[in-house]
Design a protein around this ligand. Structure first.
Ligand code: MN
Length: 367
């Protein structure tokens, strides 16, 4: 099938002719309207009430939808007839930096005279707080950001980039969560493109970290794939042994991303090799007493593997523009040009041989 079989059943928000937003589940190339199947939790314009309801309700609803699909007792709307919306109201947004390969590459590019990894990197999941209000759904055009590009220099970014990431959607609020609390608090995953203006970022990031170079837009895929649909893998070995609050590490996820630049496949980043797990990220995010809320989104950080063709950013893929990539139309690129379209897709291996599709997050740059 298409990756949207009965083992997947991701949740989204759609509207059709009447413009009313409804919760739906994707099955093949159709959207299942959940309103006949559920209670008030699913007769909503966003997923937030369902997210807040907790794991017992998530499981019950998934069982109910699965059973209705097997009996063919569902209301289908063709995907081509609907508009997909931001599936949940984003509360707070945090972005981590948990790929060792990405962090090492970026270190070498930005600080060539120093070791790639900073001394703290293996001790804690590095992250920053992003801007929830500029998280947009896949398909939203991305306006090229303007800003300070260096001393006395202002204008449109000339080094506009992507970051291919996986985002985790928090359902149940909490604080001081342990790694073992992950599956009770996190509902599912989306694909994320953390659009990044490298020239703005390079000028502004010291000493407080990313700011306007990233806050202009963050795109997410329209389907939230429940954790229940995803196969887990052992997390990578961690050295040094993390502090107690980051143990046990919890699972990694075998998610395989792909990045298409104007239709040319340029990269296939492997999520399974991420150093810090999403359970450790959640524990770290709340260890100081900070709470997470329903609708919080925290992203993994750019997913990059060891090979150039596994880069989750064009900064790495083209080594800061010094090694441009050739696209299928014969043109070359270092960073994004106006009119360029980037599509990030992802799959996980399915239990029955049919992969679990993570949907896609697509965006076109406008000047
Ligand atoms: Mn990022």
């Amino acid at each position: 099938m298409s990756g949207y079989g009965v083992e997947n059943l991701p949740y989204g928000v759609f509207s059709s002719g009447d413009g009313v937003r409804r919760i739906g589940v994707r099955l093949g190339d159709d959207v299942l309207d959940l309103s006949p199947l559920g209670d008030d939790l699913v007769r909503q314009p966003t997923l937030n009430p369902l997210l807040a309801a907790g794991r017992t309700q998530w499981t019950a609803l998934r069982d109910r939808v699965t059973e209705a699909v097997r009996r063919d007792e569902v209301t289908r709307v063709p995907l081509r007839e609907v508009t997909l919306h931001l599936p949940f109201e984003v509360a707070d947004y945090t972005d981590f930096y948990s790929s060792e390969h990405h962090a090492t590459n970026v270190g070498h590019i930005l600080r060539p005279d120093q070791p790639g990894l900073r001394p703290n990197w293996r001790h804690l999941p590095i992250g920053y707080h992003g801007r929830a209000g500029t998280v947009v759904v896949s398909g939203t055009p991305i306006a090229r950001p303007h800003g300070q590009l260096g001393p006395g220099e202002f204008g449109p970014s000339r080094r506009l980039d992507i970051e291919a990431e996986v985002g985790f959607v928090v359902g149940v609020p909490g604080a001081r969560l342990g790694t073992g609390d992950f599956a009770d608090h996190v509902f599912g995953v989306v694909l994320v493109n953390d659009w990044s203006a490298r020239d703005i970022q390079a000028w502004e990031y010291q000493p407080l970290g990313p700011f306007l170079g990233k806050s202009f837009a963050t795109s997410v895929s329209p389907w939230v794939v429940p954790l229940a649909a995803l196969p887990t893998v052992a997390a990578p070995h961690q050295d040094p042994v993390p502090l107690d609050y980051l143990r046990p590490a919890g699972s990694g996820f075998d998610l395989r991303l792909a990045v298409d630049w104007n239709g040319t496949r340029v990269s296939e980043p492997p999520f399974a090799q991420m150093y810090w797990t999403p359970a450790q990220q959640l524990a770290h995010l709340t260890v100081n007493g900070a709470s997470v809320r329903t609708g919080d989104l925290y992203a993994s950080g750019t997913v990059s593997g060891p090979a150039r063709g596994q880069s989750g950013s064009f900064l790495e893929l083209t080594w800061n523009g010094t090694e441009p990539v050739k696209l299928d139309d014969g043109s070359t690129r270092g960073f994004l040009a106006d009119g360029d379209t980037v599509t990030i897709t992802g799959t996980a291996p399915g239990r029955d041989g049919d992969p679990i599709a993570l949907g896609e997050v697509v965006g076109t740059v406008v000047g």
